[in-house]
Write a protein that binds this ligand. Structure first.
Ligand SMILES: *[C@@H]1O[C@H](CO)[C@@H](O)[C@H](O)[C@H]1NC(C)=O
Ligand SMILES: *[C@@H]1O[C@H](CO)[C@@H](O)[C@H](O)[C@H]1NC(C)=O
Ligand SMILES: *[C@@H]1O[C@H](CO)[C@@H](O)[C@H](O)[C@H]1NC(C)=O
Ligand SMILES: *[C@@H]1O[C@H](CO)[C@@H](O)[C@H](O)[C@H]1NC(C)=O
Ligand SMILES: *[C@@H]1O[C@H](CO)[C@@H](O)[C@H](O)[C@H]1NC(C)=O
Ligand SMILES: *[C@@H]1O[C@H](CO)[C@@H](O)[C@H](O)[C@H]1NC(C)=O
Ligand SMILES: *[C@@H]1O[C@H](CO)[C@@H](O)[C@H](O)[C@H]1NC(C)=O
Ligand SMILES: *[C@@H]1O[C@H](CO)[C@@H](O)[C@H](O)[C@H]1NC(C)=O
Length: 520
């Protein structure tokens, strides 16, 4: 009797379990689950249509695997990086990787359901089916091609190609098409002609779809305050820049400054200064992130509180997805972070694993060298003043207080206006006393208090430790108040056991003083 009943009992258990995983693990009233895939992609550029197809297929096969893992972790949305399906190639090669992407504002499109209509567009069909088969929102970055012969401003090769984000709803319907509005020296791509609406709605919140450099400029501030936007779903191939423009550090500071959610998926290519992805939420900062230069793709998953709810059920994971399909729980994030990756002191790069990053040139900053184990210091730069009060065990490495109000011109034609103040680990290079920024530190700090008056309300705070670990939000407070002298901001870090720190600082972004960065 008992033996005969067992299969039925198991069947009931299986059905119940299936029911439980979909109704308990997927979006609830209080939270949803987000996944961001940091990808080490196949980067072959080619003019051979067959090889282009193979590159796309190889990358999408891994997307499909990542989506299934995300589903098993209860994810409601998965986010993929910029240039994840095809690489950044030259203008002539790029069309072999692009598809015609319809505008969801002009009709309802479900490529998984209408496979005949989309027979010539395998990328759209695959992404749409990934969403539909897993009942999950899928957000990814593609190439969109538009034939424009005979139209005004059409390039000589007769078409426009755009760096484009798409999102598909749980049933596979296209929710949004967003063409990147701020290109980062991407000569193969065109700018869209009009400002777009990057908003898409899901059953767990309203989001903006943005790409890389978009996150850095004032246009995003215009849009994020419209409607009831809960956050940004972000695809990037970010070029890390020490000290305050490193992916996960900047992403955390951005959500703290804007009180929004950021789901950020990046390419991992340390040799090209690209590394770091995660899920970030308002005052909590990072819910989960990865920053580990090891050429292994990783799926970061975390529960995100829904609008109006506190973080009561934190749960997160990182899964490594190897090239050969092997996956495992990744527990050692940060272990592979090198001591030094400043591009101005490393030899030319050799391998994909050879981690490095750009550095900010601080020649026009006010720099005050830290010498005493504890002190209270003040400094100004172009009217911007800042106060630092700290205590540490023994200052055995080089640290500076650095203050700046002006224009960053590190990247040739690209520049922007900032008000910055920080305590930073910094070594000599290029004949200057502070020019290289190690990612490891041995000096243990117990207390760091940083206060400044900004002319801008857009202030992004960071506290970052040894091996580029984001210091737990339980160990520091951040506040901002409008006072007669401007926006008075405070970072207050305290720890009895102490922390090895590499940077504590504010980046104030003065969008109103930025030069025009595109035609908008
Ligand atoms: C990419 O290029 C490498 C080296 O040339 C080659 O071994 C590999 O097969 C190519 N991959 C694809 C998918 O074409
Ligand atoms: C979706 O499911 C269908 C039917 O099982 C299958 O043929 C297709 O390969 C799946 N596609 C993806 C991208 O999961
Ligand atoms: C952040 O947003 C939440 C809800 O979206 C709101 O309840 C809270 O007051 C906001 N906090 C700040 C500092 O604006
Ligand atoms: C995949 O590669 C890893 C590391 O090279 C290896 O340990 C593992 O056994 C491989 N798995 C398969 C299925 O080949
Ligand atoms: C920074 O410089 C700008 C332009 O010179 C000035 O308008 C602004 O007030 C300065 N910021 C502070 C905090 O003094
Ligand atoms: C900032 O402004 C406040 C009053 O508005 C003032 O007390 C303080 O000294 C100013 N400077 C700094 C560095 O906080
Ligand atoms: C601080 O470090 C220096 C250099 O390593 C060492 O000589 C000195 O004894 C240390 N002082 C304390 C109080 O640990
Ligand atoms: C520092 O300021 C000088 C004078 O304005 C300028 O020529 C130079 O480019 C600035 N350096 C950097 C790194 O921005």
């Amino acid at each position: 009797m008992q033996n005969k009943m067992r299969p039925t009992f198991l069947l009931i258990l299986a059905v119940c379990f299936g029911w439980i995983t979909t109704s308990v693990l997927s979006a609830t009233d209080t939270y949803f689950t987000a996944a961001a895939f940091e990808f080490v992609q196949t980067e072959n550029c080619t003019m051979d249509p067959e090889e282009a197809k193979q590159v796309v297929k190889r990358n999408l096969d891994i997307y499909n695997q990542a989506t299934k893992i995300a589903k098993s972790k209860g994810a409601d949305i998965i986010d993929f990086p910029e240039y994840g399906i095809f690489p950044e190639c030259n203008r002539a090669q790029t069309p072999f990787f692009c598809e015609v992407i319809p505008d969801p504002l002009e009709g309802k499109y479900n490529p998984c359901v209408d496979q005949q209509q989309f027979a010539d567009r395998p990328q759209l069909v695959t992404l749409s089916c990934m969403a539909r088969n897993n009942s999950m929102v899928v957000h990814a970055n593609m190439g969109d091609i538009y034939q424009c012969e005979g139209e005004p401003d059409c390039p000589p090769d007769g078409h426009m190609q755009f760096n484009t984000n798409v999102a598909f709803d749980r049933d596979g319907t296209l929710l949004v098409r967003y063409r990147k509005e701020h290109l980062w020296l991407e000569w193969a791509m065109n700018l869209p002609k009009f400002k777009q609406n990057p908003v898409f709605k899901t059953d767990f919140g309203t989001f903006l779809s943005y790409v890389c450099y978009d996150l850095f400029l004032g246009r995003i501030i215009e849009v994020e305050t419209e409607d009831k936007v809960d956050g940004v779903v972000f695809s990037t191939y970010w070029e890390n820049t020490m000290p305050l423009e490193m992916t996960v550090g900047y992403f955390q500071s951005w959500v703290m400054g804007t009180n929004l959610t950021l789901i950020a998926a990046g390419i991992q290519h340390p040799g090209q200064k690209s590394l770091g992805s995660g899920i970030f939420h308002g005052p909590y900062g990072a819910l989960a992130y990865t920053f580990n230069p090891d050429a292994i793709s990783k799926l970061v998953v975390a529960r995100v509180p829904r609008r109006g709810y506190a973080l009561t059920e934190p749960e997160s994971s990182i899964t490594a997805v190897m090239q050969n399909g092997t996956t495992y729980d990744f527990m050692s994030d940060g272990d592979d972070v090198e001591i030094e990756g400043s591009e101005n002191i490393l030899p030319p790069w050799q391998t994909q694993l050879d981690d490095r990053y750009h550095v900010i040139n601080m020649e026009n900053y006010t720099l005050i060298k830290i010498t005493e184990p504890s002190a209270r210091l003040e400094g100004c730069n172009n009217g911007m003043c800042c106060m630092l009060d700290y205590s540490a065990e023994n200052i055995t490495q080089n640290y500076y207080m650095a203050i700046f109000n002006g224009t960053q011109r590190t990247f040739q034609s690209l520049y922007w206006a900032e008000e910055d103040c920080m305590l930073v680990r910094c070594d000599p290079a290029d004949g200057r006393e502070c020019a290289a920024y190690p990612l490891r530190a041995e000096v243990v700090f117990h207390h760091v208090y940083l206060r400044a008056n900004f002319s801008t309300p857009y202030i992004y705070p960071s506290v970052i430790g040894d091996r580029f670990r984001l210091v737990s939000r339980r160990q520091w407070e951040y506040s901002k108040a409008l006072e007669p002298d401007g926006y008075n901001s405070v970072i207050n870090f305290n720890s009895n056991e102490g922390q090895k720190l590499i940077v504590v600082g504010f980046k104030g972004r003065c969008y109103d003083r930025d030069p025009p960065s595109s035609f908008f």
